[in-house]
Design a protein around this ligand. Sequence first.
Ligand code: 4AD
Ligand code: MG
Length: 431
Amino acid sequence: MNKTTISEVYKYVDQEVKIGAWLANKRSSGKIAFLQLRDGTGFIQGVVVKSEVEEEVFQLAKSITQESSLYVTGKVQKDERSPLGFEMQVTGIEVIHQAVDYPITPKEHGTEFLMDHRHLWLRSRRQHAVMKVRNEIIRATYEFFNQEGFTKVDPPILTGSSPEGGSELFHTKYFDEDAYLSQSGQLHLEAAAMALGKVFSFGPTFRAEKSKTRRHLIEFWMIEPEMAFYEHEDNLKVQEQYVSYIVQSVLKNCQVELKTLGRDTSKLENIQAPFPRITYDDALKLLHEKGFTDVQWGDDFGAPHETAIAESYDKPVFITHYPTSLKAFYMQPAPDRPEVVLCADLIAPEGYGEIIGGSERIHDFDLLKKRLDEHELPLETYQWYLDLRQYGSVPHSGFGLGLERTVAWISGVEHVRETIPFPRLLNRLYP
Ligand code: 4AD
Ligand code: MG
Protein backbone atom coordinates (compact mmCIF):
# COMPACT_ATOMS: atom_id res chain seq x y z
CA MET A 1 0.00 0.00 0.00
CA ASN A 2 1.15 3.58 -0.72
CA LYS A 3 2.03 5.73 2.27
CA THR A 4 1.38 9.32 1.22
CA THR A 5 0.30 12.79 2.32
CA ILE A 6 -2.98 14.66 1.86
CA SER A 7 -1.39 17.01 -0.69
CA GLU A 8 -0.44 13.99 -2.84
CA VAL A 9 -3.65 11.93 -2.69
CA TYR A 10 -4.62 13.17 -6.16
CA LYS A 11 -2.04 10.71 -7.50
CA TYR A 12 -3.95 7.73 -6.07
CA VAL A 13 -7.58 8.14 -7.17
CA ASP A 14 -9.50 4.90 -6.59
CA GLN A 15 -6.47 3.36 -4.86
CA GLU A 16 -5.92 2.47 -1.22
CA VAL A 17 -3.43 4.69 0.66
CA LYS A 18 -2.13 5.17 4.18
CA ILE A 19 -1.67 8.62 5.73
CA GLY A 20 -0.45 9.87 9.10
CA ALA A 21 -2.90 12.50 10.33
CA TRP A 22 -4.54 14.29 13.23
CA LEU A 23 -8.27 14.37 13.81
CA ALA A 24 -9.26 18.02 13.37
CA ASN A 25 -12.98 17.49 13.83
CA LYS A 26 -15.58 14.74 13.67
CA ARG A 27 -19.32 14.18 13.03
CA SER A 28 -21.01 10.85 13.37
CA SER A 29 -24.38 9.17 13.39
CA GLY A 30 -25.33 5.55 13.97
CA LYS A 31 -24.33 4.53 10.48
CA ILE A 32 -21.62 6.89 9.29
CA ALA A 33 -18.74 8.94 10.69
CA PHE A 34 -17.07 11.91 8.99
CA LEU A 35 -13.49 12.50 10.11
CA GLN A 36 -11.85 15.83 9.25
CA LEU A 37 -8.21 14.81 8.92
CA ARG A 38 -5.17 17.07 8.66
CA ASP A 39 -1.52 16.19 8.21
CA GLY A 40 0.19 19.56 7.76
CA THR A 41 0.07 19.35 3.97
CA GLY A 42 -3.70 19.79 3.88
CA PHE A 43 -7.14 18.77 5.08
CA ILE A 44 -9.25 15.84 3.84
CA GLN A 45 -12.53 14.28 4.91
CA GLY A 46 -12.42 10.58 5.83
CA VAL A 47 -15.75 8.77 5.55
CA VAL A 48 -16.31 5.68 7.71
CA VAL A 49 -19.41 3.70 6.73
CA LYS A 50 -20.53 1.23 9.43
CA SER A 51 -21.76 -1.38 6.97
CA GLU A 52 -18.49 -1.33 5.01
CA VAL A 53 -15.83 -1.60 7.75
CA GLU A 54 -15.17 -3.98 10.60
CA GLU A 55 -17.21 -3.09 13.70
CA GLU A 56 -13.99 -2.37 15.61
CA VAL A 57 -12.98 0.33 13.07
CA PHE A 58 -16.37 2.04 13.27
CA GLN A 59 -16.35 2.04 17.07
CA LEU A 60 -12.82 3.50 17.02
CA ALA A 61 -13.93 6.22 14.60
CA LYS A 62 -16.70 7.17 17.05
CA SER A 63 -14.43 7.25 20.09
CA ILE A 64 -11.29 9.08 18.90
CA THR A 65 -10.89 12.49 20.45
CA GLN A 66 -10.14 15.75 18.66
CA GLU A 67 -6.42 16.14 17.79
CA SER A 68 -5.59 12.46 18.36
CA SER A 69 -2.84 11.26 16.02
CA LEU A 70 -3.64 8.40 13.68
CA TYR A 71 -2.61 6.24 10.78
CA VAL A 72 -5.59 6.05 8.49
CA THR A 73 -5.98 3.73 5.52
CA GLY A 74 -8.61 4.16 2.87
CA LYS A 75 -9.50 4.57 -0.76
CA VAL A 76 -9.07 7.99 -2.40
CA GLN A 77 -12.14 9.28 -4.20
CA LYS A 78 -12.89 12.40 -6.20
CA ASP A 79 -15.25 14.78 -4.40
CA GLU A 80 -16.25 18.02 -6.07
CA ARG A 81 -17.64 19.57 -2.87
CA SER A 82 -14.39 19.53 -0.90
CA PRO A 83 -11.89 22.39 -1.38
CA LEU A 84 -9.23 19.74 -2.01
CA GLY A 85 -11.35 17.87 -4.55
CA PHE A 86 -10.94 14.47 -2.86
CA GLU A 87 -12.13 12.45 0.11
CA MET A 88 -11.12 9.13 1.62
CA GLN A 89 -13.32 6.04 2.13
CA VAL A 90 -11.75 4.84 5.36
CA THR A 91 -10.98 1.13 5.75
CA GLY A 92 -8.70 1.12 8.79
CA ILE A 93 -7.64 3.35 11.72
CA GLU A 94 -4.65 2.96 14.02
CA VAL A 95 -4.51 5.37 16.96
CA ILE A 96 -0.95 6.58 17.61
CA HIS A 97 -1.86 8.85 20.51
CA GLN A 98 -5.29 9.55 21.96
CA ALA A 99 -5.40 13.29 22.79
CA VAL A 100 -6.74 14.58 26.11
CA ASP A 101 -9.50 17.25 26.02
CA TYR A 102 -8.44 19.74 23.35
CA PRO A 103 -9.02 23.33 24.45
CA ILE A 104 -9.80 24.76 21.00
CA THR A 105 -13.16 23.22 20.24
CA PRO A 106 -15.09 23.87 17.02
CA LYS A 107 -17.11 26.60 18.78
CA GLU A 108 -16.09 30.28 18.73
CA HIS A 109 -13.29 31.42 21.04
CA GLY A 110 -12.14 34.92 22.02
CA THR A 111 -8.91 36.34 20.61
CA GLU A 112 -7.05 36.40 23.95
CA PHE A 113 -7.88 32.74 24.54
CA LEU A 114 -6.67 31.84 21.05
CA MET A 115 -3.50 33.91 21.48
CA ASP A 116 -2.78 32.15 24.81
CA HIS A 117 -3.09 28.88 22.90
CA ARG A 118 -1.16 30.00 19.85
CA HIS A 119 0.97 26.80 20.04
CA LEU A 120 -2.25 24.87 19.31
CA TRP A 121 -4.21 27.49 17.38
CA LEU A 122 -1.63 27.18 14.57
CA ARG A 123 -3.19 23.80 13.76
CA SER A 124 -6.52 25.28 12.70
CA ARG A 125 -7.51 25.37 9.05
CA ARG A 126 -7.44 29.13 8.79
CA GLN A 127 -4.09 29.57 10.52
CA HIS A 128 -2.66 26.77 8.40
CA ALA A 129 -3.79 28.61 5.27
CA VAL A 130 -2.21 31.89 6.40
CA MET A 131 1.13 30.15 7.11
CA LYS A 132 1.04 28.58 3.64
CA VAL A 133 0.44 31.99 2.04
CA ARG A 134 3.32 33.38 4.10
CA ASN A 135 5.55 30.57 2.89
CA GLU A 136 4.59 31.20 -0.73
CA ILE A 137 5.51 34.89 -0.37
CA ILE A 138 8.89 33.86 1.08
CA ARG A 139 9.47 31.36 -1.72
CA ALA A 140 8.48 33.87 -4.43
CA THR A 141 10.71 36.54 -2.83
CA TYR A 142 13.83 34.40 -3.17
CA GLU A 143 12.81 33.41 -6.68
CA PHE A 144 12.24 37.03 -7.77
CA PHE A 145 15.47 38.46 -6.42
CA ASN A 146 17.56 35.54 -7.64
CA GLN A 147 16.05 35.90 -11.13
CA GLU A 148 16.82 39.61 -11.06
CA GLY A 149 20.48 39.04 -10.23
CA PHE A 150 20.48 40.11 -6.57
CA THR A 151 22.84 38.57 -4.02
CA LYS A 152 21.42 37.74 -0.60
CA VAL A 153 23.41 39.34 2.18
CA ASP A 154 22.76 38.85 5.90
CA PRO A 155 23.23 42.02 7.93
CA PRO A 156 23.94 41.70 11.67
CA ILE A 157 21.14 41.40 14.22
CA LEU A 158 23.27 42.79 17.05
CA THR A 159 24.19 46.31 16.05
CA GLY A 160 25.83 49.48 17.36
CA SER A 161 24.18 51.95 14.97
CA SER A 162 20.56 52.34 13.94
CA PRO A 163 18.96 53.62 10.74
CA GLU A 164 15.45 54.53 11.90
CA GLY A 165 16.03 56.60 15.04
CA GLY A 166 16.77 55.81 18.66
CA SER A 167 13.45 55.70 20.47
CA GLU A 168 12.29 52.29 19.23
CA LEU A 169 15.49 50.36 19.84
CA PHE A 170 15.80 47.24 21.96
CA HIS A 171 18.81 47.69 24.16
CA THR A 172 21.08 44.89 25.29
CA LYS A 173 24.64 44.50 26.62
CA TYR A 174 27.41 43.37 24.30
CA PHE A 175 29.91 42.42 27.00
CA ASP A 176 30.98 45.89 28.19
CA GLU A 177 29.45 47.78 25.30
CA ASP A 178 25.87 48.81 24.51
CA ALA A 179 24.18 47.03 21.63
CA TYR A 180 20.77 47.10 19.96
CA LEU A 181 18.67 44.54 18.15
CA SER A 182 18.49 45.49 14.48
CA GLN A 183 15.48 47.59 13.45
CA SER A 184 16.59 47.47 9.78
CA GLY A 185 19.61 46.07 7.97
CA GLN A 186 19.75 49.03 5.61
CA LEU A 187 23.02 50.69 6.62
CA HIS A 188 24.98 47.45 6.33
CA LEU A 189 23.18 46.63 3.07
CA GLU A 190 24.37 49.93 1.60
CA ALA A 191 27.93 48.81 2.30
CA ALA A 192 27.20 45.42 0.73
CA ALA A 193 25.65 47.06 -2.39
CA MET A 194 28.96 48.86 -2.97
CA ALA A 195 30.62 45.43 -3.01
CA LEU A 196 27.97 43.34 -4.81
CA GLY A 197 25.80 45.80 -6.78
CA LYS A 198 22.29 44.50 -6.10
CA VAL A 199 21.71 42.87 -2.74
CA PHE A 200 18.81 41.91 -0.52
CA SER A 201 18.32 40.70 3.00
CA PHE A 202 15.48 38.80 4.60
CA GLY A 203 15.54 38.69 8.34
CA PRO A 204 13.94 39.51 11.66
CA THR A 205 13.83 43.13 12.81
CA PHE A 206 12.83 44.53 16.18
CA ARG A 207 10.99 47.67 17.19
CA ALA A 208 10.19 48.54 20.76
CA GLU A 209 7.10 50.42 19.60
CA LYS A 210 4.44 51.02 22.19
CA SER A 211 1.83 50.74 19.42
CA LYS A 212 -1.10 48.43 19.88
CA THR A 213 -2.62 48.40 16.41
CA ARG A 214 -3.52 45.73 13.88
CA ARG A 215 -0.41 46.68 11.87
CA HIS A 216 2.31 46.62 14.53
CA LEU A 217 4.49 43.79 15.77
CA ILE A 218 7.47 44.11 18.07
CA GLU A 219 9.39 41.50 16.09
CA PHE A 220 8.70 41.31 12.36
CA TRP A 221 10.43 40.10 9.21
CA MET A 222 11.63 42.47 6.56
CA ILE A 223 12.84 42.04 2.98
CA GLU A 224 15.36 44.77 2.21
CA PRO A 225 16.80 45.20 -1.29
CA GLU A 226 19.55 47.78 -1.90
CA MET A 227 20.84 48.68 -5.37
CA ALA A 228 23.93 50.61 -6.52
CA PHE A 229 23.37 53.08 -9.39
CA TYR A 230 19.57 52.94 -8.87
CA GLU A 231 17.85 56.31 -8.55
CA HIS A 232 14.41 57.10 -7.14
CA GLU A 233 12.40 56.07 -10.23
CA ASP A 234 14.44 52.85 -10.70
CA ASN A 235 13.70 51.98 -7.07
CA LEU A 236 9.92 52.29 -7.57
CA LYS A 237 10.06 50.02 -10.62
CA VAL A 238 11.71 47.21 -8.64
CA GLN A 239 9.07 47.59 -5.93
CA GLU A 240 6.05 47.40 -8.23
CA GLN A 241 7.51 44.43 -10.09
CA TYR A 242 8.36 42.60 -6.88
CA VAL A 243 4.96 43.17 -5.25
CA SER A 244 3.14 42.13 -8.45
CA TYR A 245 5.29 39.00 -8.59
CA ILE A 246 4.47 37.83 -5.08
CA VAL A 247 0.73 38.52 -5.46
CA GLN A 248 0.58 36.61 -8.75
CA SER A 249 2.61 33.72 -7.24
CA VAL A 250 0.16 33.42 -4.34
CA LEU A 251 -2.77 33.47 -6.76
CA LYS A 252 -1.14 30.71 -8.80
CA ASN A 253 0.04 28.44 -5.99
CA CYS A 254 -2.34 29.02 -3.06
CA GLN A 255 -5.81 28.59 -4.57
CA VAL A 256 -6.96 26.16 -1.83
CA GLU A 257 -5.68 28.44 0.94
CA LEU A 258 -7.26 31.59 -0.53
CA LYS A 259 -10.56 29.71 -0.77
CA THR A 260 -10.25 28.59 2.87
CA LEU A 261 -9.63 32.21 3.85
CA GLY A 262 -12.60 33.46 1.84
CA ARG A 263 -10.32 35.93 0.04
CA ASP A 264 -11.89 37.95 -2.78
CA THR A 265 -9.27 37.02 -5.39
CA SER A 266 -10.65 39.39 -8.06
CA LYS A 267 -9.07 42.22 -6.04
CA LEU A 268 -5.69 40.48 -6.24
CA GLU A 269 -5.81 39.60 -9.94
CA ASN A 270 -5.64 43.30 -10.71
CA ILE A 271 -2.32 43.75 -8.86
CA GLN A 272 0.06 44.18 -11.82
CA ALA A 273 2.77 46.79 -12.38
CA PRO A 274 2.77 49.74 -12.87
CA PHE A 275 1.30 51.15 -9.66
CA PRO A 276 -0.08 54.69 -9.32
CA ARG A 277 2.06 57.41 -7.73
CA ILE A 278 0.97 60.49 -5.80
CA THR A 279 3.20 63.09 -4.18
CA TYR A 280 2.81 63.96 -0.51
CA ASP A 281 1.60 67.42 -1.59
CA ASP A 282 -1.15 65.98 -3.80
CA ALA A 283 -2.05 63.37 -1.18
CA LEU A 284 -2.52 66.23 1.28
CA LYS A 285 -4.87 67.99 -1.16
CA LEU A 286 -6.79 64.74 -1.62
CA LEU A 287 -7.13 64.39 2.16
CA HIS A 288 -8.42 67.95 2.47
CA GLU A 289 -11.00 67.21 -0.24
CA LYS A 290 -12.03 64.09 1.66
CA GLY A 291 -12.66 66.14 4.78
CA PHE A 292 -9.43 65.56 6.73
CA THR A 293 -9.02 69.29 7.22
CA ASP A 294 -6.83 69.06 10.32
CA VAL A 295 -3.69 67.65 8.61
CA GLN A 296 -1.17 70.33 7.69
CA TRP A 297 1.88 70.27 5.44
CA GLY A 298 4.64 68.67 7.53
CA ASP A 299 2.34 66.31 9.45
CA ASP A 300 2.80 62.58 9.10
CA PHE A 301 -0.09 60.53 7.75
CA GLY A 302 -1.74 58.14 10.20
CA ALA A 303 -3.60 54.92 9.45
CA PRO A 304 -6.97 56.64 8.69
CA HIS A 305 -5.22 59.00 6.24
CA GLU A 306 -3.45 56.13 4.48
CA THR A 307 -6.72 54.24 4.20
CA ALA A 308 -8.50 57.29 2.77
CA ILE A 309 -5.77 57.80 0.15
CA ALA A 310 -5.71 54.09 -0.76
CA GLU A 311 -9.50 54.11 -1.30
CA SER A 312 -9.01 56.15 -4.47
CA TYR A 313 -7.06 53.30 -6.10
CA ASP A 314 -7.56 49.59 -6.76
CA LYS A 315 -3.81 48.89 -6.69
CA PRO A 316 -1.13 49.71 -4.13
CA VAL A 317 -0.20 53.39 -4.36
CA PHE A 318 3.19 55.09 -3.88
CA ILE A 319 3.15 58.26 -1.83
CA THR A 320 6.35 60.06 -2.81
CA HIS A 321 8.32 63.17 -1.80
CA TYR A 322 7.50 63.40 1.92
CA PRO A 323 8.77 66.38 3.89
CA THR A 324 12.44 65.92 4.80
CA SER A 325 11.61 66.67 8.43
CA LEU A 326 9.40 63.55 8.66
CA LYS A 327 11.91 61.06 7.34
CA ALA A 328 15.21 59.42 8.31
CA PHE A 329 18.55 61.25 8.07
CA TYR A 330 19.87 59.22 5.11
CA MET A 331 17.24 60.15 2.49
CA GLN A 332 18.30 62.11 -0.61
CA PRO A 333 16.65 65.54 -0.86
CA ALA A 334 14.82 66.28 -4.13
CA PRO A 335 16.89 68.34 -6.58
CA ASP A 336 15.82 72.04 -6.37
CA ARG A 337 13.51 71.27 -3.45
CA PRO A 338 15.45 70.19 -0.35
CA GLU A 339 12.37 70.38 1.90
CA VAL A 340 11.17 67.06 0.42
CA VAL A 341 13.03 63.77 -0.08
CA LEU A 342 13.22 61.20 -2.89
CA CYS A 343 11.30 58.58 -1.00
CA ALA A 344 8.13 56.53 -1.29
CA ASP A 345 5.86 54.63 1.03
CA LEU A 346 3.81 51.96 -0.73
CA ILE A 347 0.26 51.83 0.65
CA ALA A 348 -1.65 48.58 0.15
CA PRO A 349 -5.30 48.65 -0.92
CA GLU A 350 -8.28 47.71 1.29
CA GLY A 351 -7.01 49.52 4.38
CA TYR A 352 -3.87 47.45 5.01
CA GLY A 353 -1.65 50.52 5.16
CA GLU A 354 2.05 50.97 4.47
CA ILE A 355 3.77 47.79 3.35
CA ILE A 356 7.00 49.34 2.00
CA GLY A 357 9.19 52.25 3.04
CA GLY A 358 12.09 53.17 0.77
CA SER A 359 14.20 55.96 -0.71
CA GLU A 360 17.19 57.08 -2.64
CA ARG A 361 20.11 57.51 -0.21
CA ILE A 362 22.36 60.51 0.20
CA HIS A 363 25.65 59.75 -1.57
CA ASP A 364 27.40 63.08 -1.04
CA PHE A 365 29.86 62.99 1.87
CA ASP A 366 29.38 66.59 3.05
CA LEU A 367 25.59 66.49 2.88
CA LEU A 368 25.42 63.20 4.79
CA LYS A 369 27.77 64.56 7.46
CA LYS A 370 25.57 67.65 7.78
CA ARG A 371 22.44 65.50 8.13
CA LEU A 372 24.07 63.35 10.84
CA ASP A 373 24.89 66.55 12.75
CA GLU A 374 21.35 67.90 12.35
CA HIS A 375 19.95 64.63 13.73
CA GLU A 376 22.51 64.77 16.57
CA LEU A 377 23.77 61.30 15.70
CA PRO A 378 27.20 60.42 17.17
CA LEU A 379 29.86 60.55 14.46
CA GLU A 380 31.93 57.73 16.04
CA THR A 381 29.03 55.30 15.60
CA TYR A 382 28.29 56.30 12.00
CA GLN A 383 31.90 56.83 10.85
CA TRP A 384 31.93 53.58 8.90
CA TYR A 385 28.67 54.52 7.14
CA LEU A 386 29.97 57.96 6.23
CA ASP A 387 33.18 56.33 5.03
CA LEU A 388 31.22 54.63 2.21
CA ARG A 389 30.85 58.11 0.66
CA GLN A 390 34.63 58.54 0.28
CA TYR A 391 35.48 55.71 -2.09
CA GLY A 392 33.62 55.86 -5.39
CA SER A 393 30.30 56.99 -3.92
CA VAL A 394 27.35 56.40 -6.29
CA PRO A 395 23.62 57.11 -6.31
CA HIS A 396 21.88 54.16 -4.74
CA SER A 397 18.44 53.26 -3.47
CA GLY A 398 16.59 50.60 -1.55
CA PHE A 399 13.51 49.73 0.38
CA GLY A 400 12.07 47.51 3.09
CA LEU A 401 8.90 45.42 2.74
CA GLY A 402 7.24 44.26 5.95
CA LEU A 403 6.42 40.58 5.49
CA GLU A 404 3.57 40.35 8.00
CA ARG A 405 1.64 43.36 6.71
CA THR A 406 2.00 41.94 3.21
CA VAL A 407 0.75 38.52 4.32
CA ALA A 408 -2.21 40.19 6.06
CA TRP A 409 -3.17 42.08 2.91
CA ILE A 410 -2.80 39.19 0.47
CA SER A 411 -4.56 36.71 2.81
CA GLY A 412 -7.23 39.24 3.72
CA VAL A 413 -6.77 38.74 7.49
CA GLU A 414 -7.57 41.66 9.73
CA HIS A 415 -4.61 41.68 12.14
CA VAL A 416 -0.86 41.00 11.74
CA ARG A 417 -0.90 38.77 14.84
CA GLU A 418 -2.27 35.96 12.63
CA THR A 419 0.45 36.31 9.99
CA ILE A 420 3.52 35.19 12.00
CA PRO A 421 3.73 31.82 13.80
CA PHE A 422 4.45 33.28 17.25
CA PRO A 423 3.70 37.01 17.34
CA ARG A 424 5.59 39.26 19.75
CA LEU A 425 3.15 41.99 20.74
CA LEU A 426 3.14 44.81 23.25
CA ASN A 427 1.96 42.57 26.09
CA ARG A 428 2.82 39.16 24.74
CA LEU A 429 6.06 37.16 24.89
CA TYR A 430 4.39 33.73 25.28
CA PRO A 431 3.93 31.19 23.89
O1 4AD B 1 9.34 52.21 6.84
P1 4AD B 1 10.35 51.43 7.62
O2 4AD B 1 10.61 51.85 9.00
O3 4AD B 1 11.68 51.46 6.73
C1 4AD B 1 12.91 51.01 7.08
O4 4AD B 1 13.18 50.40 8.08
C2 4AD B 1 13.96 51.23 6.01
N1 4AD B 1 15.28 51.30 6.66
C3 4AD B 1 13.87 50.09 5.03
C4 4AD B 1 14.86 50.22 3.91
O5 4AD B 1 14.80 51.19 3.16
N2 4AD B 1 15.76 49.26 3.79
O6 4AD B 1 9.92 49.90 7.64
C5 4AD B 1 9.73 49.19 6.43
C6 4AD B 1 8.47 48.37 6.48
C7 4AD B 1 7.18 49.15 6.68
O7 4AD B 1 6.70 49.68 5.47
C8 4AD B 1 6.26 48.10 7.24
O8 4AD B 1 5.74 47.27 6.21
C9 4AD B 1 7.19 47.26 8.07
O9 4AD B 1 8.49 47.49 7.61
N3 4AD B 1 7.11 47.61 9.50
C10 4AD B 1 6.42 46.89 10.41
N4 4AD B 1 5.70 45.76 10.32
C11 4AD B 1 5.14 45.26 11.42
N5 4AD B 1 5.28 45.81 12.65
C12 4AD B 1 6.00 46.95 12.81
N6 4AD B 1 6.16 47.49 14.02
C13 4AD B 1 6.61 47.54 11.66
N7 4AD B 1 7.39 48.62 11.45
C14 4AD B 1 7.68 48.65 10.13
MG1 MG C 1 7.87 53.64 7.09
